[in-house]
Write a protein that binds this ligand. Structure first.
Ligand code: ATP
Ligand code: MG
Length: 605
């Protein structure tokens, strides 16, 4: 309780007033005492002069009775007058105090009175002495002696006056009590006043303290009432300013944090932050999804457990071994399902010491897949070119070796060279076409064309192959009228795609098989189905069938002159016409290709 400023104020005020009162009291009492003693001295001096004058008029040394008569006139209450003769016995001629005169009228003054004073008087001096009784000041007295000179200026005796100081000390004692009472009253008033003054100062401070405490708990709606424009008022004003400023700064910070949280939460990459003790301090939902764990599991785990099943290099203890290990890049294979690239770096505290680690996870599965496809593509192209080139080289070498003279064999050889060159030229043409489609450099010559007519032309073109394989081709138009099969398309390109599909059906359907072509309209789409009862495509290959160079049975397809680019070109062409292409197949039973194309509407042109 006494630690509070309020009590300190009160105690300081109390001590100040207390000391002031003590100093004033002591000073006053001393002045009083001195003044009153001075007054007594004056009175005694006046009385002595009167007594001495009256004594000088008589033969005082030898007439004690006359002396008594004279002195009785001047006798006052509380005052003793003694007349002493200057003889060897210091004889008391007369004293108002009867006990000083002795039983037979002869007494030695030094026995009752101050001998040093008497001696001083006999030396012609006026002397005084205060006898203060410390045990009881009321019994104190003032002693004064005055020499009585004879006519020849010789000191004949002395008048010894003794003044009682009882009245003075009584007055002084009363004054002391008054001052004491005044001191108590002043101290009481000081305590009351001090309490209120201290309260007026500590009240606002307490108010600020309470509100600061609430602010510390997060409530920034605190306003301190300004009651004055002094330093305390300024403190309150400053506090209010600080609160407002703090509120805006915190609001801004919280907005920034919220923004950051949202960015981190919705970013396409996973983000994990952990302390160097391994405690996970942040993990966004993308990271949880990438690592295939849920939030509750993650909350229970520490950093090392997160990665143990995928990569044992991701451990805090491993990082702690070498400082440079805290940053870098690593590829993590998540159960062969996805591939993640982890870029990690440490974050530091104010002293530059490592505080923890931040890991950014990027899903590079697609990227890796594309990379693999690119490598596969280059390998495929090289391989496809190498085979005919080797054939051409070996045939030309044989020709150069002398076979050229054998005309029939030479023609045979040159026919092989020609067909291989044709095959290479076709491959390069297909690749160029694909790259043109990829980079959208192809120029489309789109017009309203009749799909039925295109199909009929292709059937005609393929008639020889069909007949060679003794196959049958059926075209079912499902009662579609003349104009119903009109589409807005590049005739040659669409023709090329359909030619490949029909060509495939013929190629991969054994002799005597049949191919059914079906055209109908469903939900504003023209649907073209090409179905054969050929060798079919195994289910595992179906999903990759549109990839470049993908062939189910490479050797067989090559034998049949296929490069595996036909379907990927067809898909690009159909998609460029805002259509879709799907292949359904059962191994050994047959294949059905379904193409959906938008119907031509006159306004489209
Ligand atoms: P290209 O068309 O370039 O001359 P290709 O016909 O071999 O060569 P695609 O048309 O892309 O290539 O066909 C890819 C593969 O899909 C073929 O090699 C074949 O294995 C399979 N395939 C396509 N159509 C059929 C079908 N109707 N029946 C059985 N397999 C097919
Ligand atoms: Mg083909």
């Amino acid at each position: 309780m006494f630690k509070s400023i309020r009590w300190k104020f009160i105690i300081i005020y109390f001590l100040l007033v207390f000391m002031a009162m003590i100093i004033i009291g002591v000073f006053l009492m001393q002045q009083f005492e001195r003044y009153h003693l001075g007054v007594v001295s004056n009175n005694l001096s006046n009385l002595a002069n009167t007594v001495i004058t009256s004594l000088e008029a008589i033969d005082w040394q030898n007439n004690p009775n006359e002396v008594e008569n004279n002195i009785r006139n001047y006798e006052q209450m509380g005052m003793g007058i003694t007349v002493i003769k200057n003889d060897t016995n210091f004889t008391v001629v007369f004293s108002t105090n009867a006990s000083y005169m002795g039983e037979n009228g002869e007494a030695n003054a030094t026995h009752f009175l101050e001998s040093d004073l008497i001696l001083a008087a006999f030396n012609g001096e006026v002397e005084e002495k205060d006898i203060i009784r410390q045990d009881n000041k009321l019994n104190s007295s003032k002693h004064m002696v005055f020499p009585i000179r004879s006519d020849d200026n010789h000191v004949a005796g002395a008048v010894y006056l003794k003044g009682n100081l009882e009245d003075i000390y009584k007055t002084l004692q009363e004054s002391q009590i008054i001052i004491l009472k005044a001191t108590f009253l002043a101290l009481f008033i000081t305590i009351i006043l001090g309490y209120f003054i201290a309260k007026s100062i500590t009240g606002p401070i307490k108010d600020v303290t309470v509100k600061a405490e609430r602010m510390a708990q997060g409530d920034f709606e605190q306003i301190v009432e300004i009651r004055s424009d002094d330093e305390i008022g300024q403190l309150a004003d400053m506090f209010n300013y600080l609160t407002a400023k703090l509120k805006t700064v915190l609001q801004e910070m919280s907005n920034e944090k919220q923004k950051m949280d949202t960015i981190i939460e919705y970013m396409a990459d996973g983000l994990i932050a952990a302390t160097k003790e391994g405690q996970i301090i942040h993990i966004n939902s993308k990271a949880l999804e990438m690592l295939g764990i849920d939030e509750e599991v993650c909350a229970a785990e520490n950093f090392d457990q997160l990665f143990t099943s995928y990569d044992d290099r991701f451990k805090i203890e491993k990082f702690l071994e070498k400082e440079e290990d805290w940053s870098g890049n690593k590829i993590i294979d998540i159960n062969n399902e996805s591939i993640l690239q982890a870029s990690y770096a440490p974050f530091m505290d104010q002293n530059g010491d490592i505080e923890g680690i931040i890991i950014l996870l990027q899903d590079v599965t697609e990227h890796q897949k594309l990379e693999n496809m690119r490598k596969e593509f280059v390998a495929n192209v090289s391989h496809e070119l190498k085979t005919p080139l080797t054939t051409i080289k070996s045939y030309t070498e044989t020709l150069l070796d002398g076979i050229i003279d054998d005309r029939d064999l030479s023609i045979n050889f040159l026919q092989v060279v020609d067909s291989e060159t044709e095959r290479m030229a076709r491959l390069v043409r297909d690749l160029l076409q694909l790259s043109g489609l990829d980079f959208q450099q192809s120029k489309w010559n789109k017009k309203a064309v009749d799909l039925r007519k295109i199909i009929e032309e292709i059937i005609l073109k393929l008639d020889v192959s069909v007949k060679n394989k003794k196959q049958r081709v059926y075209l079912n138009l499902n009662d579609l009228k003349e104009d119903d099969t009109i589409i807005y398309a590049d005739k040659d390109r669409i023709g090329q795609a359909i030619l490949n599909l029909l060509g495939n059906s013929i190629k991969y359907t054994p002799e005597g098989g049949h191919i059914k072509i079906d055209i109908c309209i469903r939900e504003d789409k023209l649907i073209l189905g090409i179905e054969d009862n050929g060798i079919g495509i195994p289910e595992k290959d179906l999903e990759r069938i549109f990839e470049r160079f993908y062939r189910v049975d490479k050797a067989r397809a090559r034998e049949l002159g296929g490069t595996g680019l036909g379907l990927s070109i067809a898909k690009e062409i159909i998609e460029a016409h805002e259509g879709t292409i799907e292949i359904f197949s059962q191994e050994g039973k047959g294949t059905k290709t379904v193409i959906r194309l938008p119907i031509f509407m006159a306004v489209d042109v």
